[in-house]
Design a protein around this ligand. Structure first.
Ligand code: FES
Length: 315
């Protein structure tokens, strides 16, 4: 971080000229700054610095002040809040629903309170530790309609709820595939949000959006994980029928829930591990000085810990 004190741009500005002056300043910044460049860094890089800025937006050295004000007015007139638009549109709000086939909701991680605020608990310490792909359904499988096929006119995947279980349904190249929604790596209910792709051998894959474990969707080994032999997902046959529904070949709700009910796998606080504990322990062992007494501390992050583990930390 490079904090910077504010600088005086102008003084004794008549009240009705303050806003136009700020409009010129902002529009000149918008037009000339680099992408994501903050105003302080922009001004440092501006040839002539604040003196030149004053010449442009106060003295109108370039003759563009009127244009800058007009451009700001156009921006103000065409501005709209995208989130407000979504909240006002039932159709768009449906895109943020947890399930494509019901308005029910489920918690997939225990919510904990910290500093008077709530947040989902941390990742599960362990993976699911079960070979879902090879699970033997004992009560037989029956084709059941789960979602209208028209849903896939504008989507490649859906999270559907059956009983207390979440299932991911995909439509790829005109064919349907279905898996459990839970990625067994960290028990995250996210596979319908995964990236879909195929390889040169014609295999289809869904890649978990969290840590990119890849699960095969077709072929004899469908359900296996390509980058972790310990992981797999349950697969279910899926097809669209002439009545306009997508059917899955599923066990009874009781048997399905017995293996995959969300409450069974939702991560509880006592099963999660704080990513900061190891870092705190490591840093405490590195120095006995208070932060204010430290000058520069360069260290290497513990392996696998924190974001970008292994990179240098610098205080
Ligand atoms: S939760 Fe880690 S790869 Fe899916």
């Amino acid at each position: 971080m490079k904090p910077r004190h504010s600088e005086l741009l102008a003084k004794d500005v008549p009240p009705d000229e303050v806003i136009p002056l700020l409009d010129r300043y902002l529009m000149f910044y918008i037009r000339t700054a680099d992408k994501l460049q903050r105003t302080a860094r922009w001004l440092e890089a501006l040839p002539g610095g604040i003196k030149y800025l004053r010449e442009v937006i106060i003295d109108d050295k370039l003759g563009i002040c009127a244009s800058l004000e007009t451009q700001m007015q156009q921006l103000v007139e065409t501005y709209f809040c995208e989130w407000k638009e979504v909240l006002g549109s039932p159709e768009r709000r449906r895109m943020f629903a947890q399930f494509a086939n019901t308005s029910d909701t489920q918690e997939t991680m225990e919510v904990v309170t910290e500093r008077s605020q709530t947040r989902p608990t941390y990742w599960a310490k362990e993976s699911a530790g079960y070979d879902f792909r090879k699970h033997a359904w004992t009560g037989g499988l029956v084709w059941q309609p789960v979602i209208e096929a028209s849903y896939f006119d504008g989507a490649a995947s859906a999270n559907v709820k059956r009983g207390e279980t979440q299932l991911a349904v995909f439509k790829v190249k005109g064919r349907y595939y279905a898996t459990q929604q839970m990625c067994p790596h960290k028990r995250a209910f996210v596979l319908s949000d995964g990236l879909l792709g195929d390889d040169e051998a014609g295999r289809l894959w869904v890649s978990c959006p969290n840590h990119k474990r890849n699960f095969e969707l077709n072929g004899a080994e469908a359900g296996r994980c390509a980058n972790d032999d310990e992981l797999s997902v349950a697969m279910f046959e899926a097809e669209e029928r002439s009545d306009g529904w997508v059917y899955l070949r599923l066990p009874s709700v009781e048997e399905l829930d017995g293996l995959l009910a969300t409450r069974k796998w939702a991560v509880r606080k006592e099963e999660s591990v704080s990513p900061f504990v190891e870092m705190d322990r490591y840093l405490k062992g590195r120095t006995s000085k208070r932060p204010s007494e430290r000058t520069v501390m360069k260290t290497r992050a513990p392996s696998g810990g924190g974001c970008g583990g292994g990179s240098e930390l610098e205080w």
